[in-house]
Design a protein around this ligand. Structure first.
Ligand code: ZN
Ligand code: ZN
Length: 120
Protein backbone atom coordinates (compact mmCIF):
# COMPACT_ATOMS: atom_id res chain seq x y z
CA UNK A 1 0.00 0.00 0.00
CA UNK A 2 1.33 3.41 -0.92
CA UNK A 3 1.51 6.18 1.62
CA UNK A 4 -0.65 9.30 1.35
CA UNK A 5 2.01 11.84 2.30
CA UNK A 6 2.19 13.57 -1.07
CA UNK A 7 -1.59 14.03 -1.10
CA UNK A 8 -1.75 15.48 2.38
CA UNK A 9 -1.60 19.20 3.12
CA UNK A 10 1.53 20.69 4.68
CA UNK A 11 -0.46 21.16 7.86
CA UNK A 12 -3.67 19.47 8.91
CA UNK A 13 -5.66 18.44 11.94
CA UNK A 14 -4.36 15.08 13.08
CA UNK A 15 -7.96 14.07 13.76
CA UNK A 16 -8.55 14.33 10.00
CA UNK A 17 -5.60 12.11 9.09
CA UNK A 18 -6.16 8.99 6.97
CA UNK A 19 -6.65 5.77 8.91
CA UNK A 20 -3.32 4.36 10.12
CA UNK A 21 -1.46 7.55 9.14
CA UNK A 22 0.17 8.13 12.49
CA UNK A 23 0.70 4.47 13.33
CA UNK A 24 2.52 3.96 10.03
CA UNK A 25 5.12 6.59 10.88
CA UNK A 26 8.41 5.85 12.58
CA UNK A 27 9.46 7.97 15.52
CA UNK A 28 12.77 9.76 14.94
CA UNK A 29 12.95 12.24 17.80
CA UNK A 30 10.96 13.51 20.75
CA UNK A 31 10.68 17.20 21.56
CA UNK A 32 8.66 19.28 23.97
CA UNK A 33 5.13 17.93 23.42
CA UNK A 34 5.99 17.16 19.80
CA UNK A 35 7.38 14.21 17.92
CA UNK A 36 9.43 14.02 14.75
CA UNK A 37 8.21 11.07 12.74
CA UNK A 38 9.16 9.70 9.36
CA UNK A 39 7.17 7.91 6.74
CA UNK A 40 8.95 4.61 6.04
CA UNK A 41 7.82 4.65 2.41
CA UNK A 42 8.55 8.15 1.09
CA UNK A 43 10.72 9.38 4.00
CA UNK A 44 8.60 12.48 4.46
CA UNK A 45 9.24 13.93 7.91
CA UNK A 46 6.28 14.98 10.03
CA UNK A 47 6.06 17.00 13.21
CA UNK A 48 3.21 15.53 15.22
CA UNK A 49 1.82 17.14 18.36
CA UNK A 50 1.73 14.94 21.44
CA UNK A 51 -1.70 13.95 22.65
CA UNK A 52 -3.22 16.33 25.18
CA UNK A 53 -6.92 16.27 25.96
CA UNK A 54 -7.04 20.08 26.05
CA UNK A 55 -5.20 20.70 22.80
CA UNK A 56 -5.96 20.16 19.14
CA UNK A 57 -3.21 18.10 17.55
CA UNK A 58 -1.63 19.05 14.25
CA UNK A 59 0.53 17.21 11.76
CA UNK A 60 3.08 19.38 9.97
CA UNK A 61 5.32 18.45 7.06
CA UNK A 62 8.95 19.09 7.93
CA UNK A 63 11.74 19.27 5.35
CA UNK A 64 14.68 18.59 7.62
CA UNK A 65 15.49 16.92 10.92
CA UNK A 66 17.46 20.08 11.78
CA UNK A 67 15.44 22.72 13.62
CA UNK A 68 12.19 20.81 13.19
CA UNK A 69 10.99 21.72 16.65
CA UNK A 70 11.42 25.49 16.17
CA UNK A 71 9.43 25.83 12.97
CA UNK A 72 6.81 28.52 13.47
CA UNK A 73 3.56 26.94 12.37
CA UNK A 74 1.35 29.77 13.69
CA UNK A 75 0.70 31.42 10.29
CA UNK A 76 -0.23 28.03 8.83
CA UNK A 77 -2.43 27.18 11.79
CA UNK A 78 -4.24 30.50 11.36
CA UNK A 79 -4.82 29.78 7.69
CA UNK A 80 -6.10 26.29 8.46
CA UNK A 81 -8.33 27.66 11.21
CA UNK A 82 -9.71 30.34 8.88
CA UNK A 83 -10.46 27.76 6.20
CA UNK A 84 -12.04 25.35 8.65
CA UNK A 85 -14.37 28.18 9.73
CA UNK A 86 -15.36 28.96 6.17
CA UNK A 87 -13.31 32.12 5.66
CA UNK A 88 -13.75 35.76 6.64
CA UNK A 89 -16.76 38.08 6.45
CA UNK A 90 -16.94 41.81 5.63
CA UNK A 91 -17.64 42.75 9.24
CA UNK A 92 -14.91 44.18 11.44
CA UNK A 93 -13.44 42.43 14.48
CA UNK A 94 -14.80 43.71 17.82
CA UNK A 95 -11.33 43.83 19.40
CA UNK A 96 -10.55 47.47 20.30
CA UNK A 97 -8.60 49.16 17.53
CA UNK A 98 -8.57 46.12 15.29
CA UNK A 99 -9.62 46.52 11.67
CA UNK A 100 -9.36 42.85 10.81
CA UNK A 101 -12.27 41.10 9.16
CA UNK A 102 -14.35 38.78 11.30
CA UNK A 103 -14.08 35.07 10.77
CA UNK A 104 -17.42 33.48 9.85
CA UNK A 105 -19.55 32.69 12.89
CA UNK A 106 -17.48 34.64 15.42
CA UNK A 107 -16.91 38.31 16.29
CA UNK A 108 -13.13 38.20 16.01
CA UNK A 109 -10.65 38.39 13.17
CA UNK A 110 -8.38 35.41 12.64
CA UNK A 111 -5.55 36.87 14.72
CA UNK A 112 -7.76 37.57 17.70
CA UNK A 113 -9.66 34.33 17.34
CA UNK A 114 -6.30 32.59 17.52
CA UNK A 115 -5.39 34.63 20.62
CA UNK A 116 -8.49 33.37 22.41
CA UNK A 117 -7.03 29.88 22.09
CA UNK A 118 -9.40 28.60 19.43
CA UNK A 119 -7.71 26.20 17.03
CA UNK A 120 -10.54 24.59 15.16
ZN1 ZN B 1 4.94 8.81 2.88
ZN1 ZN C 1 -9.01 41.47 15.51
Amino acid sequence: MNCKCSELADLFYLADAPVDFESSLIEKAVGNWVYLKECPQCHQLWRIDAWDKYQIQFALKVSSSEGWEEIDSVPMVKELLLNSRGGATDEICIWAGCNGKRVKGVVYCIDHLYETGVRK
